[in-house]
Design a protein around this ligand. Structure first.
Ligand code: ZN
Length: 275
């Protein structure tokens, strides 16, 4: 075991469990060193035999994955947990009819704090409305997801407003490369209330209920639904014993369409970019 602990406020951290291809001490040391140097990393525990890296951090899962992969090894996020009691976690794989796709994770840190961590690719640069919708129904793509999740019959608003739909998560912002990578907390969403519902990212910016358009108080006038996914219960830390082969070039985005092993998995013309 390789361990490293920094003195840091753990109030804002989560534990991320990665499967990492490591076959030797020097591999493990390289991973440890790169994480050790990063100020946002609270602790690192590496189990070489299990090819497992547990990182306690305030960074996004993508940032940690990129750090690990900067050592030349593939990393796959296997689970996410809180530093204290684990109150549940969920995941949504987003896709639509266009190029937009992503993975978003929810982790309940305490009764009033839900951590939301994700990466969405294929967006136009800029702000995009981001909401939990009432229904986990994708039978007609994202149009069958229903309205913003609103159990208390409120008006549309900003995440920090008391007058908001429970599902109102505001905007996420894509960079020039079309990727939005984010990590934030919400005080109203609870993992157990959103499992089985859906998560949707929209084409335009959510005006947070402050616009003059008639839809402002209903949807934030954030345009059409680009991609959506059902929010499903996910593994907590060490609850996912499945060994993920990170060596066959199947990217995270392709993973959902492939069997986990056997015939039909390997179609590898392009190298894995975002495992
Ligand atoms: Zn809303």
């Amino acid at each position: 075991m390789y361990e490293f602990d920094a003195n840091m406020d753990t109030n804002n951290t989560a534990k991320l469990e990665f499967a990492v291809q490591m076959t030797c001490d020097s591999c493990a040391n390289a991973v440890k060193d790169v994480l050790h140097k990063e100020p946002g990393v609270q602790s690192v525990h590496i189990d070489l035999a299990k090819e497992e890296v547990l990182v306690e951090t305030a960074l996004t899962s993508l940032q940690v994955q990129s750090l690990i992969e900067s050592t030349g090894r593939r990393a796959v996020l296997k689970g996410m947990g809180s530093s204290e009691t684990d109150l549940g976690s969920a995941v949504a794989m987003l896709s639509g009819t266009g190029p937009v796709q992503g993975v978003v994770r929810f982790l309940q840190l305490s009764k009033d704090r839900c951590l939301i961590d994700g990466t969405i690719d294929g967006l136009t640069p800029g702000a995009h409305g981001f909401h939990v919708h009432e229904l986990g129904d994708l039978t007609q793509d994202c149009t069958s997801c229903g309205d913003h999740f609103n159990p208390f019959a409120k008006q549309h608003g900003a995440p920090q407003d008391s007058e908001r739909h429970l599902g109102d998560l505001g905007n996420i912002t894509a960079g020039p490369d079309g990727r939005a990578s984010f990590r934030f907390e919400d005080s109203q969403i609870k993992v157990w209330d959103v499992i089985g519902r859906s998560l949707v990212v929209d084409s335009g910016e959510d005006d947070l209920g402050r616009g003059s358009h008639p839809l402002s108080k209903i949807t934030g006038n954030s345009g059409e639904r680009l991609a959506c996914g059902i929010i499903a219960r996910s593994a907590g830390l060490f609850q996912n014993p499945k060994q993920i082969c990170a060596c066959d070039g199947v990217t995270l985005w392709e993973e959902r369409d492939r069997p986990i092993a056997g015939k039909g998995r390997k179609v590898t013309d392009t190298p894995a970019a975002h495992l």
